[in-house]
Design a protein around this ligand. Structure first.
Ligand code: BGC
Length: 550
């Protein structure tokens, strides 16, 4: 073993420098016990299309996800959300399960075409849809659970897609505002926490660029994707002002937006080009929506530069830009920062010529992952808990130290038999990520107000159908009753809620202490034994081949 170690060290010196990303932070891999501040909220989340089913029940209109999933070849295994978790019929049971966990908050979304079947106010309101959401909201409140409601979690009325081409058309700003106004008027006496949009980035990149998600538009020039983003930013700002002017004083609620932000580290922190590429990555993938809304009403500089190249690639078309008046209207339109976090990446600069062979400004960046980061059942989802803490600090420093509501965080398991009910990997995930939130609050002074586990139960995972399971509860999608079974992680999350974190002396804290090495041992930290040394050896080889050459 000594020989192996010596060889590893010599090899690493000879062929490459190995970065233990972020090892400069001495507390990175340590467990910080402690309670969350009083009033901190632990929540779970779902979204309408992913759980409700009843896709054409009692007057509901078709959504772009109904159309997309009914189109052969679009979703893995041909899965659809036609029945999903059948929460349209089983919401009372769900609320009881939440109550039993001690949950006091729950994030859900409204299906726009269940309320406005053709997407417009003029087209009429579907009273059964309104009744359904009134019942869900009342049931939650009667059981001591505060609803946080997302207006748009991806299920656009199909009629608006057909008539206007969806989010690329700014006509949707007014239609969305009508829907938001109706929701504030109808549910705002009980709902005090509003999110306008969930994750506009994949809405536009997957819906209007790669076409891998609804509505399935493919436009690799990026013009449609940036038009989509432009409309959504304006629609968000419009709905925010509607609430601010018309409802805030009488209803006393708050309105924000949920953005999915990645964290990125330079592949070689000593190489200025990698550091600059990392900054570009953060501007493009984390700042696209955050910069206009939380900084100055306009896109970050690198996106503005990139849009000029999109312009050149689309002669005769106008690329989106904000006027000074737009910027003044958009800046500051959020009472909190809604954060969904799933991804950390390692970034390097690519020396390419933008404009040749379909290369866009985004191709000046290459993002990879470290070989030792554990993966989940989702090809893009690696476990890097410390990335969340760094991202939270970045949000504090870049976006004006806002109140941060973590509106999603979680990991997937595969859909296998027998089902994974002893989901130790998910227990480890929540333990380590939640502890990073505690560090961000206690040590970095970030104003994080809530943490939301994605998801309450297994559900329709978009183009992956039911092949990836994110739930605290297992759902049997082959059984017409869609029974829910708690996984080990549901019990663990219940304990965290009951203790408001990991206070000294609590059973949950002892358990975390006992499991910490196992949970964190899969990275380069925690190399205590011969397996660890072997892992180090292979990690060095992998890093040499994939990450940095001298
Ligand atoms: C979305 C969820 C999705 C989850 C896991 C987020 O992008 O808001 O709807 O299920 O990530 O992919």
């Amino acid at each position: 073993m000594l020989l192996l170690m010596t060889f590893s060290v010599l090899l690493s010196t000879a062929c490459c420098v190995v970065y233990d990303y972020g090892a400069y932070d001495a507390t990175r891999d340590a467990f910080l016990p402690g309670r969350f501040p009083d009033g901190f909220s632990f929540s779970t989340a779902t979204a309408a299309y992913q759980i409700e089913g009843a896709w054409n029940a009692s007057g509901k209109g078709e959504s772009i996800w109904d159309r997309f999933s009914h189109t052969p070849g679009k979703v893995d295994r041909g899965d659809t959300g036609d029945v999903a978790c059948d929460s349209y019929n089983k919401y009372r049971e769900d609320v009881q399960l939440m109550k039993n966990m001690g949950l006091r908050d729950y994030r859900l979304s409204l299906s726009w075409p269940r309320i406005f079947p053709d997407g417009t106010l003029a087209g009429g309101v579907n009273q059964d849809g309104v009744d359904y959401y009134n019942n869900v909201i009342d049931e939650l409140i009667a059981n001591g659970i505060t609803p946080m409601v997302t207006l748009y979690h991806w299920d656009l009325p199909q009629a608006l897609q057909e008539k206007y081409g969806g989010w690329v058309n700014e006509t949707l700003v007014e239609h969305f505002n009508d829907f938001a106004t109706f929701a504030f008027q109808t549910f705002g006496d009980r709902v005090k926490n509003w999110i306008t949009f969930n994750e506009p980035k994949p809405v536009c990149n997957k819906g209007y660029e790669t076409g891998t998600r609804a509505p399935g538009v493919r436009d690799l020039t990026l013009l449609s994707a940036y038009r989509c983003g432009h409309t959504i930013i304006k629609a968000h700002a419009r709905a925010y002002h509607t609430y601010d002017r018309g409802f805030r004083s009488s209803q006393g609620g708050i309105v924000g937006i949920t953005l999915n932000l990645d964290w990125a580290e330079p592949r070689d922190p000593d190489l200025p080009t990698d550091v600059q590429a990392t900054d570009r990555y953060m501007q493009i993938y984390s700042g696209w929506f955050a910069h206009p809304i939380y900084v100055d009403g306009d896109y970050p500089p690198f996106i503005k530069e990139g849009l000029q190249q999109v312009d050149l690639a689309n002669p005769g078309e106008t690329v989106p830009s904000f006027s000074a008046e737009d910027a003044a209207y958009i800046a500051g339109t959020a009472d909190f920062f809604g954060l969904n976090h799933y991804k950390t990446r390692i970034v390097t600069s690519r020396d390419i010529t933008v404009g040749t062979a379909g290369q866009t400004f985004r191709d000046t960046i290459e993002a990879t992952v470290a070989p030792e980061w554990p993966q989940s059942a989702s090809s893009w989802l690696y476990v890097v808990p410390w990335g969340l803490r760094r991202l939270l600090k970045h949000i504090k420093q870049t976006y004006g130290d806002p109140d941060v509501y973590i509106t999603e965080n979680g990991r997937s398991d595969p859909d296998v038999q027998p089902p994974i009910l002893e989901d130790t990997d998910r227990v480890c995930y929540y333990m380590t990520y939640i502890d990073e939130v505690l560090k961000a609050i206690k040590d970095d002074d970030v104003k994080v107000k809530s943490y939301t586990a994605w998801s309450f139960m297994d559900n329709f995972e978009w183009d992956k159908g039911y092949t990836e399971r994110f739930g605290l509860f297992y759902v049997d999608f082959t059984d017409p009753n869609r029974p829910r079974t708690p996984k080990r992680s549901a019990g663990f999350y219940t304990d965290i809620i009951a203790n408001n974190g990991f206070p000294e002396g609590a059973d949950v804290t002892k358990m975390v202490n006992d499991m910490w090495g196992q949970c964190r041992g899969s990275g380069t930290a925690g190399l205590h034994d011969s397996n660890g040394l072997l892992a180090l050896f292979f990690t060095i080889i992998a890093l040499c081949t994939s990450l940095k050459w001298t």
